[in-house]
Write a protein that binds this ligand. Structure first.
Ligand code: UDP
Ligand code: MG
Length: 311
């Protein structure tokens, strides 16, 4: 569970989750990854960890973002299966038995919670998410509508996930890429237990750009495509202009020249921007920095996550 600024409701949510897991016949460990929360979240996590032996926790050295926090939790997990869920109560623990039963029945490696509606998000953010999933699905070829991070992965899948070496992790996309047999369990997103979502428009946009550039190089080919279209256009238009010139019918084309300059100028700059996005990703991956830094661990301290070993 990635946890960031959840001091208001964390205890209640953990109670629910532990309650649900105790009703089932499974041995559970609950891993809380505090994503560098500035509020009292870590104190609450410490208190919870000291009173429940199922809880292990790690505190990241600063806010690395949800994706990195999830990666940290996955690397720490020891179980035969692992479930990723939000700490804000928006992933109902009532689904846990269903997920575990689906996995135990066999033949299924990924059990994914699918949002049937997006809860009380604003129209703008719902539309943004829809648009992102539409583009992502088209470009990457993996279905992701309604996807959430509420997923169960079997050990097999988790091991395959841990093999994926990218620094900029994107859990939803990476599990889609992994394949394996999966079943979906629809759920309605309840209200946040307290506080508010910490995803600003900018952060969502960044996640979208990262998500798309990590799973498709189509935008790069788009640049080539635009180039080809413009080349064909330039052949016809160039020929036409020459004929006008030769036959002495050429008119003064100031407006045309300005328009062409503007269009081509913007196209070039957008193209450079697209190349820049991929270049930046290559640069980030090349630096090979760890996905996150762990400052403190609680419970089973001898377990060292993979990212912090010398890979
Ligand atoms: N979260 C995190 N790091 C962050 C932001 C969020 O670990 O920088 C956690 C947060 O505590 C919650 C989950 O990610 O458990 C989902 O966050 P949120 O509810 O803000 O996102 P939303 O549900 O609006 O997508
Ligand atoms: Mg939430």
């Amino acid at each position: 569970m990635p946890v960031y600024r959840e001091s208001g409701s964390l205890e209640a949510v953990i109670d629910d989750v532990l309650g649900a897991s105790r009703d089932m016949d499974v041995e559970t460990e609950l891993i809380l990854v505090d994503d560098g929360s500035p509020d009292k979240t870590w104190e609450i996590v410490e208190r919870l960890a000291s009173s429940h032996r199922e809880i292990r926790a790690a505190r990241l050295s600063r806010n690395f973002g949800k994706e990195s926090a999830v990666a940290a939790g996955l690397e720490l997990a020891l179980g035969d299966a692992v479930i990723v869920m939000d700490a804000d109560g928006q992933h109902p623990p009532a689904l846990l038995p269903e997920m575990i039963n689906a996995w135990r029945a066999g033949g299924v490696d990924i059990v994914e919670g699918v949002k049937i509606d997006r809860g009380s998000e604003t129209l703008f953010s719902k539309a943004g998410a829809e648009l992102f999933y539409l583009i992502w699905t088209r470009l990457s070829g993996f279905e992701m509508r309604g996807a959430s991070d509420y997923k169960l992965l079997s050990r097999r899948v988790l091991d395959a996930y841990l093999e994926m070496g990218e620094r900029a992790v994107f859990f939803r996309g990476m599990t889609a890429w992994l394949g394996f047999t999966r079943v979906q369990i629809p759920f309605e997103v309840p209200e946040r237990a307290s506080g508010e979502s910490s995803w600003s428009v900018m952060r969502r946009l960044r996640l979208a750009v990262n998500g798309i550039s990590a799973f498709s190089s189509f935008p790069l080919h788009l640049v080539t495509l635009a180039g080809i279209i413009f080349f064909l256009f330039s052949l016809t238009f160039g020929g036409y202009t020459l004929i006008l010139q030769i036959t002495g019918r050429s008119v003064s084309g100031f407006a045309t020249v300005i328009l062409l300059l503007l269009v081509i100028g913007s196209l070039l700059m957008i193209s450079l921007g697209i190349i820049g996005i991929y270049l930046a990703r290559i640069y980030d991956e090349l630096k090979g920095r760890p996905r996150y830094i762990i400052a403190k661990v609680l419970g089973a301290a001898e377990v060292v996550p993979i990212s912090n070993k010398n890979v």
